[in-house]
Ligand binder design. Structure first.
Ligand SMILES: C[S@@+](CC[C@H](N)C(=O)[O-])C[C@H]1O[C@@H](n2cnc3c(N)ncnc32)[C@H](O)[C@@H]1O
Length: 264
């Protein structure tokens, strides 16, 4: 199952739908947790590849070091415009530029960035090896590449429901497209040092409509027939009943920090 990235992220509406689930059930803040492990430094040059809406930056606006020069890149013009507007209002960000481009062809100089971040986007890459080469190419020798992606246990109960209605595996679909072990392997080919960290939260999910909205915000649920939508609602209700109204499900994200780029 592939995602039509152009349509999926034409606007931030699908991302916002999924963010509702996290806003409703999260017990901690993923963006704040990630920031603490990324090693931001004052006056550094950062490339945010697949920047989306820029929510990471808003969440951390009060702890960012000063003098940041941030290049925002996304294949979606609307995402770049939204993120750029957000970052322009942050005092820690001295300079911000936006690029409507693909990660597979990054228009930045070799060895020009202190940090390259690619958060929750590697499973959308049409050519992951080319994009990884590009991200490595633009890093300074002492720079770091930070990648986040969902773990295979992420929101397990929700994806089990999905698999009862659609012909999909009962796991987070992003981990089928880009298995975390494959992504780690791609980094190992290009970097001498890789640190893997795991973010864990437990969601006590009790609202059927929030689950339905999440599962119909991306494939295959976004193209569900009326009959499939009815079946999906029924399966969600059944699951909630089986769990006495509350499904406990892990929200689990992997953070890979790669350093010491190998010579190319
Ligand atoms: C799930 S969103 C993540 C947004 C943001 N990084 C975050 O963590 O909140 C994925 C983003 O990657 C972008 N994207 C997907 N494939 C891309 C590619 N090949 N090149 C550049 N951007 C891409 C999408 O347009 C979308 O904004």
């Amino acid at each position: 199952m592939s995602v039509d990235v152009t349509q999926q992220y034409k606007t931030s509406s699908n991302l916002r739908t999924r963010a509702n689930l996290h806003r409703r059930y999260a017990n901690k803040n993923w963006f704040e947790w990630a920031y603490k492990h990324m090693g931001f430094r004052e006056n550094s040059k950062i490339a945010d590849i697949g920047c989306g809406t820029g929510w990471f930056w808003t969440a951390n606006q009060h702890v960012l070091p000063n003098g940041l020069d941030v290049s925002l890149l996304d294949q979606s013009a609307q995402m770049v415009a939204e993120a750029k507007g957000t970052l322009e209002a942050l005092s820690a960000v001295q300079r911000v530029s936006g690029y409507v481009e693909k990660a597979e062809a990054i228009p930045f100089e070799d060895a020009s960035c202190d940090m390259v971040m690619a958060m929750h986007m590697v499973y959308h890459l049409s050519d992951p090896d080319k994009a990884m080469d590009e991200m490595q190419r633009i890093l300074k020798p002492d720079g770091r590449l930070v990648i986040s992606l969902n773990s295979t246990s992420n929101l397990k109960q929700i994806y089990e429901i999905n698999s009862r209605v659609f012909d999909v595996a009962p796991v987070d679909p992003s981990t089928v497209i880009a298995p975390p072990a494959d992504v780690a392997g791609q980094l190992q080919q290009r970097f001498n040092s890789i640190t893997l960290l795991t973010y864990k939260d437990i969601y006590e999910i009790d609202d059927a409509e929030t689950v339905f909205a999440t599962l119909t915000s991306y494939p295959p649920g976004n193209e569900a027939t009326e009959a499939q939508q009815t079946q999906l609602r029924a399966e969600i209700s059944k699951s909630l009943e089986e769990h006495h109204g509350v499904m406990s499900s892990p929200h689990e994200v992997l953070l890979l920090v790669a350093q010491e780029p190998k010579a190319v």
